[in-house]
Ligand binder design. Structure first.
Ligand SMILES: NC(=O)c1ccc[n+]([C@@H]2O[C@H](COP(=O)([O-])OP(=O)(O)OC[C@H]3O[C@@H](n4cnc5c(N)ncnc54)[C@H](OP(=O)(O)O)[C@@H]3O)[C@@H](O)[C@H]2O)c1
Length: 286
């Protein structure tokens, strides 16, 4: 049994699906009962309810698990404290394996959520568990957030400049690798960067969208202050708004991409290209 924390998010759902394809039983750990049914629909064998603040409930949720896949909520200021609690619960439940969903280049202090993930990685070295760390690049699936403007106005509008070079990875490739690692031996003590060999400027992404959709799509920069006001008005917590803004600044200044060698080896095939992923999203604007 593989227990997955943060299982109700997009990463957790992709992992539940990937493990179900391998017939590996999963227990989705969610914070409220409402999160259970969707995970069962995706193939989760079991669901447990536990908040990250509740070590005792977490330990109960982990009982009998062979491994834990820990996913912290995105842009969470308490990522290190949450990891400490989850690790303590894992020890209490006697779970022998721990896989941590980190991020590509956690060493970047200018992006606070990356820096917190590096601190969690550091914790794992001394936690006394057989750990594996996965460091995925930004997901292609993030592009779906920009679809309304692309479809309604023919504008690909993001809060960084057109020259910003990003290498994105298909979340389903990441989930397939995570599922493999969780269901075979030989990965204890490993840290794997999960990136794609390609990287595109945002001008190029707009062109690719136009090609796939068969319609004109132009790139436009969304002013970051305008983005922040809209995000805050939409209910995004202040820490997440500030952290995302710093990530956008970093992306614009330096780009963000990695190398596909490790992902290719672990997938046993070439990673999904951005063009193939876009083509797979049938009826993007339907
Ligand atoms: N997006 C990317 O491109 C990318 C790339 C690399 C790494 N990552 C990392 O991937 C991780 C997962 O991101 P995601 O977007 O899949 O996850 P997410 O949706 O932000 O969060 C996952 C789940 O955590 C749950 N949660 C929140 N607070 C909780 C609490 N106090 N106790 C228990 N559960 C709680 C949420 O439950 P509710 O559904 O009830 O709110 C949610 O379903 C993040 O750490 C992110 O940094 C993301």
């Amino acid at each position: 049994m593989i227990a997955i924390t943060g299982a109700g998010g997009k990463t957790g759902r992709a992992l539940v699906r990937a493990l179900a394809q391998r017939n590996a039983p999963t227990r989705g750990v969610v914070r409220s009962a409402a999160g259970g049914a969707p995970l069962r629909m995706l193939g989760a064998a079991d669901v447990a309810i536990a908040d990250f603040a509740d070590a005792a409930r977490l330990a109960e949720a982990f009982a009998g698990a062979d491994a834990i896949y820990h996913i912290c909520p995105n842009m969470h200021p308490d990522e290190v404290a949450i990891a400490r609690t989850v690790l303590a619960a894992a020890r209490r439940a006697g779970v022998p394996r721990f896989v941590y969903h980190s991020v590509l280049h956690p060493q970047v202090e200018a992006m606070p959520h990356h820096w917190l993930k590096l601190r969690v990685e550091e914790l794992l070295f001394t936690a006394g568990v057989a750990y594996t760390i996965l460091q995925p690049s930004a997901y292609m699936q993030n592009l779906l957030a920009y679809l309304p403007a692309i479809c309604a106005e023919g504008i690909y509008r993001v809060p960084y400049a057109g020259h910003t070079r990003l290498g994105m990875v298909d979340l389903d490739d990441v989930a397939a690798v995570a599922a493999r690692i969780l269901t075979e031996p030989g990965h204890a003590g490993a840290t794997y960067e999960l990136a794609n060999d390609e990287a595109f400027t945002q001008d190029e992404v707009a062109q690719m969208l136009a090609d796939v959709l068969g319609r004109s799509v132009r790139f436009e920069v969304l002013d970051r202050r305008e983005w922040a006001s809209a995000a805050q008005a939409g209910g995004l917590p202040a820490y997440a708004v500030a952290t995302l803004a710093r990530m956008f600044e970093y992306y614009e200044a330096h780009g963000f991409w990695g190398n596909g060698t490790v992902l290719t080896a672990l997938l046993g095939r070439q990673p999904t290209t951005l063009q193939a992923w876009l083509r797979r999203q049938h009826g993007l604007c339907a």
